[in-house]
Design a protein around this ligand. Structure first.
Ligand code: ARG
Ligand code: ZN
Length: 878
C-alpha cells in the first residue's frame, strides 16, 4: 500500500516516558516495555495505534490490567486499542529472536554481539509502539545479560547504575535525559573494548568520548576519535552548537545496512566508517571516516534535537546534515583548492548517481509525496540533492544570512518534530527574504536544464546573458513550474583575468555575481564590458542543474587554463573530454570505424598535469575523464560497449601522448617517510597513482614492472591497492600471484578483503562467469552487506561493459542475486534492484533482456515490499 504525505494526521496519543527491560539471549530475548501516554487533545481518533513486526506478543496490560484479545485488534502489524482515556500506562511484553534476524533492522546479532538499527521503522521489531518520528519520549533502559558473553552493555544517554545479578548475569541501567523519537533508540551488548578521551566543551563542561570496537581493532580507532573531536569543535565554531550530553559513544559493527546511525549518544557505525590505520585504510577511507563521523555527530542537532514530523521530511535532517558534513570536510582541508577539490568530489557523486536517479523511474522530489517502503527513500536525492538545496540557501543568503537562519530554526524548533517548510520559513524570516518559489526545489523532481546564450554589444559595451530553464517530466509530474535558481557567473577578459562586473540595476561591483533565475527565461545585462568576454557560468556549481552553453573548444581550453573559479576550471576540462568521448562513442558504434586521437585535448591536459602552481589533488581530479555512467546519461540510447571502448581508447591515447609527463609526475609525487593521510600527502599519492593508472593503460612490460614494483614495496593501503588495481586490469604475468599474495596478507581484515573482491569485480576482464567463481570463494557471503556490495554491487554498478554483456547473462545473474538477497535482507536486495533503473535507455536488444530479468524478480513469490516497489516502478509504463 502506498502512503501519501497529504494523509498525515497527528497521533491520537503522545508517549511521555518509556521504560524498557531487556533480557538478552540470542535466540529468545524478552523485552518488557512500560510507556505512559497522554491523549493528544487535537486528535479526534478514538483508537491508540501501535506497530509491531516480526516479534511475538506475550502480553499487553492497560493501566495494570491484562488486555484480552477482544480488547484490541491486531492485524498486519498494526495493533489498535480503542480508548479515549486522558492518561494511560501501557505494559507490553514481547519475545524476539535476534540471532535469526538477517534483515539487520531492529535487534540483531553480529559476530556474537547485539546491536540495533531502528531508523526508519526498526523499533517496531522490538516492541509494539507508536513508531513514528513525531512521537517523542524520554527513555530509561535496563539491560540484563550474561557477564562473560556480554561484558559491555550500552544504551542511549547516561549510565546511571550497573551491577551483578548473581546468576552469572549482570545489568546496566541507562537514562536518556532528552526526549526522542523511537528511531533514535539504540542498544549494544557484547565483547567490545574502547578508546576513550575526556574533552572540555566550549562552555567548560566535560564530555567523555568513546569509540567501541572488537578487541583486535583497538589499533584502528585513533582517526575516528580525532574526527569526532574535530566535529565537536567545528560545530561549536561554525554554528555555535555544543554537545548536549556528558557521554558520546561510537560503536563499530561489521554487519550494517548503511553507513552509520545517529542514535542519541550512541552512534552505531559500519566498521568501514570507523576502522583505519595505514596498513588497512586508503586515503579515501580516511576521508570517508572523517565525513561520516562528522555527519552522525552533526545529526545530534540537525535530526535529533530538531527531528522530522514524518518520513516525507527525511531530507530536512539528511540534506542539511550532508551539507554540514561537506562543509566540515572542506574546512578540515583548509586550503582554497582543497575546498574546490572537495566540492568537485561532491558534484561528481551527484552527477554519477543522483542525476540518473532524477531521470529514471524512481525519481522523486527532495520531499516525496508518496512511498511504499521508506527504506527505499534513503536516496542520493534525499541526501545529496537535499544538500545542494541547503547549499543554495547559503549561496542566496550568504554565510552570515545562512547562520541567522540556522539560529532562528533552533530558536523556534528545538525539541520539535517539524517539516522542510519550517526550515525554509526560518531561512526566509531570519533574512527578510521571500523564498516562496524556492519551495519548488522540495516539491518538483527532475534535474532542471538551464540553457545560456550571450550577446556582446561592442558599441554600447554591454554583455547580455539570457538564461532559459526547463525541467524534464518525471513519474507523476508532467509539467514543472520555474525554479528559483542561483547562477553564479564571472566573465574572463582576453588575458584570462576576471572582469569587474557591473550588473545593470545593481550597485555593487564584483568578480562573481549570483544571478537569480526565477522566470522561465530572463536576460541579465552587464555594463562597461570593454571586450567580448568568455563567460564562466554556474561557478562552484551554484545549483544542481545541467547548464548548457555553446562553448567553442578554444573557450573551454581557455577556461581550463585561466578561470579563477577552480570548480569551473575542472568543469571546462570535463566538458571538453565529454565532447570527445561522445564523438568517439558515436564512431565506435559504426562497424569498421577507426577511432582517432585529438592532440588539442591532450595538450590542454598536459598543461594542467604539469602546472606546478596547481595542487596535485586538483591536477588528479582534472585528469580524470568523465565516467562511463556520466557519459551514458548524455546519450539518447546507451551503448555500454561503445562507451567503454571510447573511454579506454581515449585513456590509452592520452597515456601515449603524455607518457613522459606521467612518468615525471609519478616520480615527483612520491611521499617518502611515515604515512600520513593529510590532504597534501593524499593529493600527491592520488596524482602519482593516477599517473600509474594511465601508464598501465598501455599494458606493456614497463608498465607491468612499475605496478608490480609499487605493489611489492607499498607501505600503505592507498599505494598497494592502486598498484593491485592496475595489475588486475592488465595482462601482467605477475597478476594472479599479486592477487593471491594480497589475499594472504589481509585475510584477517574483512574491510581489506572487501577491497580485494571489489577491485576484481570491477576489472575490465571480469565477466559474469568470473564473478560466479569469486562467489565460491570461502570468504564470500551474501549475508554480510559489505561483502555482498564488494562483489555483486561492484560488478553490477561498477563494471558496465561486462554487466551489459550482449547475451544478457549479467541481467540473469542480477535477477538471481536480487532474489537470493531478498530472502535474507530486503533493504540490501532493494538497493541492488536499482541497478536496472535506466533499462529503457538502452538499445532494444538489451532492453528486452533487462525487462525479462525485472519481470522475473517481480514475479517471485514472497518478494519483500522493498524490492517489489523498486522493480514495480521500473516496469511501470513511462
Ligand atoms: N540516518 C542514517 C544516516 O544518515 C541512515 C540510517 C538509515 N538506515 C536505514 N536502515 N534505512 O546516517
Ligand atoms: Zn544522516
Amino acid at each position: 500500500p502506498t502512503i501519501y504525505r497529504k494523509d498525515y494526521t497527528p497521533p491520537s496519543y503522545w508517549v511521555r516516558t518509556v521504560e524498557m527491560g531487556f533480557d538478552l539471549e540470542p535466540s529468545a530475548t524478552r523485552v518488557a516495555t512500560r510507556m505512559t501516554l497522554e491523549r493528544n487533545q487535537t486528535s479526534n481518533d478514538k483508537v491508540l495505534t501501535l506497530y509491531g513486526e516480526e516479534l511475538q506478543l506475550v502480553q499487553i496490560r492497560l493501566n495494570g490490567k491484562v488486555l484480552g484479545t477482544k480488547a484490541y485488534q491486531l492485524k498486519d502489524g498494526v495493533l489498535r486499542i480503542p480508548t479515549t482515556a486522558e492518561q494511560i500506562t501501557l505494559d507490553i511484553e514481547t519475545l524476539l529472536q535476534p540471532d535469526r534476524n538477517t534483515s539487520l533492522m531492529g535487534l540483531y546479532v553480529s559476530n556474537g554481539n547485539f546491536f540495533t538499527q531502528c531508523e526508519a521503522e526498526g523499533f517496531r521489531k522490538i516492541t509494539y509502539f507508536p513508531d513514528r518520528p513525531d512521537v517523542m519520549a524520554t527513555y530509561k533502559v535496563m539491560l540484563r545479560g550474561d557477564k562473560k558473553k556480554y561484558p559491555v552493555l550500552l544504551s542511549n544517554g547516561n549510565l546511571i547504575e550497573q551491577g551483578d545479578l548473581g546468576d552469572g548475569r549482570h545489568y546496566a541501567l541507562w537514562e536518556d535525559p532528552f526526549k526522542k523519537p523511537s528511531y533514535l533508540f539504540a542498544l549494544v551488548a557484547g565483547q567490545l573494548v574502547c578508546q576513550e578521551e575526556t574533552i572540555k566543551l566550549k562552555s567548560g563542561r566535560e564530555a567523555l568520548l568513546q569509540v567501541w570496537v572488537e578487541e583486535g581493532n583497538l589499533d584502528k580507532t585513533q582517526h575516528a576519535m580525532d574526527s569526532l573531536i574535530n566535529s565537536i569543535r567545528w560545530d561549536e565554531e561554525r554554528f555555535g552548537l555544543e554537545l548536549d550530553l556528558d557521554r558520546f559513544m561510537i560503536v563499530a559493527v561489521g554487519d550494517f545496512n548503511m553507513g552509520a546511525m545517529e542514535n542519541k549518544g550512541l552512534n552505531i557505525f559500519n566498521t568501514k566508517f570507523v576502522l583505519a590505520n595505514p596498513r588497512i585504510a586508503t586515503d579515501v577511507d580516511y576521508g570517508n571516516i572523517e565525513a561520516v563521523v562528522g555527519h552522525e555527530y552533526f545529526h545530534n542537532w540537525t535530526g535529533n534535537r530538531v527531528t522530522c514530523r514524518d518520513w516525507f521530511q527525511l531530507s530536512l535532517k539528511e540534506g542539511l546534515t550532508v551539507f554540514r558534513d561537506q562543509e566540515f570536510s572542506a574546512d578540515m582541508i583548509g586550503t582554497d583548492s582543497g575546498r574546490a577539490v572537495k566540492r568537485i568530489d561532491d558534484v561528481r557523486v551527484l552527477r554519477q548517481a543522483q542525476f540518473p536517479e532524477d531521470a529514471g523511474p524512481m525519481a522523486h522530489p527532495v520531499r516525496p509525496d508518496s512511498f511504499v517502503e521508506i527504506s527505499n527513500f534513503y536516496t542520493v536525492t534525499i541526501y545529496e540533492k537535499g544538500a545542494e538545496v541547503v547549499r543554495m540557501y547559503q549561496t542566496l543568503l550568504g554565510r552570515d544570512g545562512f547562520r541567522k537562519g540556522m539560529d532562528l530554526y533552533f530558536e523556534r524548533h528545538d525539541g520539535q518534530a517539524v517539516e522542510c517548510d519550517d526550515f525554509r520559513a526560518a531561512m526566509s524570516d531570519a533574512n527578510g527574504r521571500d523564498l516562496t518559489q524556492f519551495e519548488r526545489w522540495y516539491s518538483q523532481a527532475g534535474t532542471p536544464r538551464v540553457v545560456a546564450t550571450t550577446v556582446y554589444d561592442a558599441v554600447h559595451k554591454t554583455y547580455a546573458i539570457t538564461l532559459k530553464q526547463s525541467c524534464p517530466a518525471t513519474p507523476g509530474q508532467k509539467n514543472k513550474l520555474p525554479f528559483h535558481i542561483p547562477v553564479a557567473v564571472g566573465l574572463l577578459d582576453s588575458n584570462g583575468n576576471d572582469m569587474q562586473l557591473h550588473l545593470r540595476g545593481f550597485p555593487q561591483v564584483q568578480s562573481t555575481v549570483v544571478l537569480e533565475l526565477m522566470e522561465e527565461q530572463q536576460t541579465f545585462v552587464f555594463e562597461d564590458v570593454s571586450e567580448e568576454p568568455v563567460p564562466s557560468l554556474l561557478r562552484d556549481f551554484s545549483a544542481p542543474v545541467n547548464l548548457e552553453y555553446d562553448y567553442s573548444d578554444a573557450d573551454l581550453a581557455f577556461l581550463m587554463a585561466h578561470d579563477s573559479d577552480a570548480f569551473n576550471r575542472w568543469e571546462a576540462g570535463q566538458r571538453l573530454a565529454a565532447r570527445r568521448l561522445l564523438a568517439l562513442t558515436a564512431t565506435a558504434q559504426q562497424s569498421g570505424a577507426v577511432l582517432t586521437t585529438d592532440p588539442a585535448l591532450s595538450e590542454s591536459l598536459r598543461l594542467t598535469l604539469n602546472d606546478a602552481a596547481l595542487d596535485p589533488a586538483f591536477r588528479e581530479i582534472a585528469l580524470n575523464l568523465p565516467s562511463e555512467t556520466v557519459i551514458a546519461e548524455q546519450m539518447d540510447v546507451i551503448n555500454p560497449q561503445a562507451i567503454h571502448q571510447a573511454r579506454r581508447f581515449l585513456r590509452q591515447s592520452l597515456a601515449q601522448a603524455l607518457r613522459a609527463d606521467f612518468i615525471e609526475a609519478y616520480k615527483a609525487n612520491q611521499t617518502p617517510g611515515d604515512y600520513s593521510p593529510d590532504a597534501a600527502s593524499a593529493g600527491k599519492r592520488a596524482l602519482k597513482n593516477l599517473a600509474l593508472s594511465y601508464i598501465s593503460e598501455l599494458d606493456d612490460a614497463a608498465a607491468h614492472v612499475m605496478a608490480q614494483t609499487q605493489c611489492d614495496g607499498a607501505d600503505n593501503m592507498t599505494d598497494r591497492v592502486a598498484a593491485l588495481g592496475a595489475l588486475a586490469n592488465s595482462t601482467a604475468p605477475g597478476k594472479e600471484a599479486a592477487l593471491a599474495q594480497f589475499y594472504q596478507d589481509f585475510e584477517a581484515e574483512p574491510l581489506v578483503v572487501d577491497k580485494w573482491f571489489s577491485l576484481q569485480a570491477m576489472a575490465r576482464t571480469t565477466d559474469v562467469a568470473a564473478v560466479r567463481k569469486l562467489m565460491q570463494h570461502p570468504a564470500f557471503s551474501l549475508k554480510n552487506p559489505n561483502r555482498a556490495r564488494s562483489l555483486i554491487f561492484s560488478f553490477c554498478n561498477g563494471n558496465p561493459s561486462q554487466f551489459h554483456a550482449s547475451d544478457g547473462s549479467g541481467y540473469a545473474f542480477w535477477a538471481e542475486q536480487v532474489i537470493a538477497l531478498d530472502a535474507i535482507n530486503p533493504q540490501v536486495a532493494a538497493r541492488l534492484a536499482r541497478s536496472l533503473d535506466r533499462w529503457r535507455k538502452y538499445a532494444p536488444s538489451l532492453q528486452s533482456k533487462m525487462q525479462a530479468a525485472l519481470k522475473r524478480v517481480a514475479q517471485t513469490a514472497k518478494l519483500s515490499k522493498d524490492t517489489k516497489e523498486v522493480v514495480g516502478k521500473s516496469l511501470a509504463a513511462e
